[in-house]
Design a protein around this ligand. Structure first.
Ligand code: IPE
Ligand code: IPE
Ligand code: MG
Length: 236
């Protein structure tokens, strides 16, 4: 196993947590059962990330397009999110996890949006792991929002560059993901971190998210360690 000090450990791992519905369907259960089980995989994954010395873990929990699902499923997901936050926050804080939310949190309503903000404030000085939760998140919306901010700030076209534009995104101040994992066998990006994924290593696994465990996480880090990143340059 790679140790925390090794450069082969990705500083930032981002995960498209997919396959909850199929996990439930395979068992004849309602989709919400898959989402509930998915929350357990979130716990396991945070623990694994901390243990491996990963510094940033971004979890895609709800996309801007997921609002198109049935009202019942949206309600179930919102409830689970609220429940997760309330039951896990104390432990996350105790473990030194800093929480950061990206996306349009206000779409979940004032109560949850305020609770998320309070959780960010409470954990703001934690150093062990930054847990980025992508909630009502869409990469295109994020880029448009950043462009709006640049205009509102009165930036001149010639002033704008990749660095300062990047800092206007929801993820400003967070390094780009080194490794992106998508579970469930789907091989697409689904509007996740479009700007930030420019040079990320991508790993698709057939494992459904509720089945994802510490061993899968370790396996992904091992595969990452074996990859050669070139960033467009020729290997020396
Ligand atoms: C991922 O699982 C959770 C969310 C997108 C909220 P899905 O709900 O997409 O599960 P599948 O893809 O239908 O199996
Ligand atoms: C992507 O999964 C979004 C999340 C994991 C939160 P989806 O299940 O929504 O994506 P598509 O529809 O298969 O592309
Ligand atoms: Mg899905």
């Amino acid at each position: 196993m790679a140790d925390a000090a090794s450069h082969s450990v990705p500083a930032h791992v981002a995960i498209i947590m997919d396959g909850n519905g199929r996990w439930a369907a395979a068992r004849g259960l309602p989709r919400v059962a898959g989402h509930r089980e998915g929350a357990k995989a979130v716990r396991r994954t945070i623990e694994a990330a901390v243990n491996h010395g990963v510094q940033y873990l971004t979890l895609f929990a709800f996309s801007s397009e997921n609002w198109q699902r049935s009202a019942g499923e949206v309600q179930d997901l919102t409830f689970l999110l609220k429940h997760y936050l309330r039951s896990e926050l104390a432990e996350l804080h105790a473990e030194g996890v800093r929480l950061k939310v990206i996306g349009e949190r206000e779409r979940f309503g004032d109560t949850l949006a305020q609770e998320l903000e309070a959780a960010e404030r409470k954990t703001a000085n934690n150093k062990r792991l930054t847990l980025v939760l992508a909630l009502s998140y869409g990469g295109r919306a994020e880029i448009v929002a950043a462009a709006r901010r640049a205009i509102e700030a009165g930036m001149k076209p010639t002033e704008l560059n990749e660095q300062n534009f990047g800092s206007l995104l929801f993820t400003g101040g967070i390094p780009d993901p080194d490794l992106v994992i998508r579970t469930s066998g789907e091989q697409r990006v689904s509007n996740f971190l479009l700007w930030q994924l420019a040079y990320a290593e991508i790993l698709f696994t057939k494992t459904l998210w509720p089945d994802f465990c510490g061993r899968d996480f370790a396996g992904a880090l091992e595969e990452y360690a074996g990859r050669e990143r070139r960033f467009g340059a020729r290997p020396v």
